[in-house]
Design a protein around this ligand. Sequence first.
Ligand code: 0O2
Length: 280
Amino acid sequence: MDILLWNQILHPYEIAVREIVYKFDRLKTEYQMNGRYCPIEEVSGRVKSISSILDKLHRKEIPIDKMEKKVEDIAGIRIICQFVEDIEQIVELIESREDMKVRTVKDYVKFQKESGYRSFHMIITYRVETLNGPKKIPVEIQIRTMGMDFWATIEHSLQYKYKRDIPEHVRLRLTKAAEAVGALDSEMSAVRSEIMDAQLSSQLLHHMVAEILCALENLYTIAPKREIQKIQDEFYRVYQRKDMNALRKFHRQLDMISQGYRTQKMTNTGGKEPQKYDIT
Ligand code: 0O2
């Protein structure tokens, strides 16, 4: 099989990975825009390297012409979340989509692997459009918490270093580390609602500040500079209080001031001094 053929074979998998990562990223943005907690922390994807594919074919004694049928993780997506509870939400979200048809699932979260590995795996069918027409391909989606991901990444590197024959004393450490990750995930779950509240408040604060600064910037073209300076100083004062209600009130007043200056500009003052508006 020459290199050109590999490229041809892998191309639809690349399209699938790019499209799916993009779709999950867009979902994340949608959650944020709606001020809702997003169960997805990070999404990444990869097409399995040719050497990894060859290793897997060898390891599982799969003939090369059966590769596309038997190796279901050529296209791989990884979704990282903060809490174990988020995994279930993401699974339901995927199950409800029309563009991703779930073929099989493996729940290594409930049924941890002997190695200590924990993660939720789904094989889905995803349709890509290519120059040669549509093609349905399998994609493996791995869903796990940050803690599970940390453990799996380290263990994966060690498997590579020791050629899948990790020495017993290292294996023992990994088992202990897996237990610690399990305990960490449980502790985090216990304070999940508090953490979610804190994150949502901080997200709302960032959103509000961005909107206020944008409104202030728009004011530059219609209001006198010293007025804007006064409003800006007031904004810094209000911001220091980190009080969402005060910021909301400030935002509303700023909107009214902007509206006032805009109306004034439209009706043309005829050389008169522009009227001043105060934030109180
Ligand atoms: P890579 O380099 O990540 O692509 P098998 O190869 O038999 O273990 P199978 O039957 O194809 O796996 O499916 P399974 O068990 O769902 O595993 C698929 C992928 O999950 C693996 O791909 C790993 O990415 C990950 N995984 C499974 N078990 C472990 C584990 O014990 N430790 C770590 N770190 N990852 C694991 P590949 O092809 O093995 O490797």
